[in-house]
Design a protein. Sequence first.
Length: 143
Amino acid sequence: MNWGNWIVVSFLLFAVFIAVLVTVCVRQDISLVSPDYYQEELVFQDQIIRERNTELLAQRPSIKMRDQQTIQIDFPQFNEIENGELILFRPSDPALDKKFRIEKTNQSSQQYVVHALQSGMYRARMVWTMAGKEFYFEEIIHI
């Protein structure tokens, strides 16, 4: 082959490469972290206040995997909680999110069975109310 044919082949290979690159990029999912991201951004100041309230606590909650089937929350002030919720947020697939209700109890730990959840990384988000104030705590766990 002479050099003129190599130039044509090079341009054709480059065109095929660009076509494949564009096709892959167009098919890539670029969804936001949550469907109502912009609405959540508007109330972000409330979230900052919740986190600040949690930082002021003498003892913060601890969220950990007890075994492969159980999540345990240790928090000595469960008896003061007015209402609360544990949200297991899966960043890679919102369909795998799970919510649990936090109960007011005199015990210092609560456990939740999660054997039905797909294994992987979750953000365990604990939101609760005590003495009229809202609190927020987040920890990354692996199931």
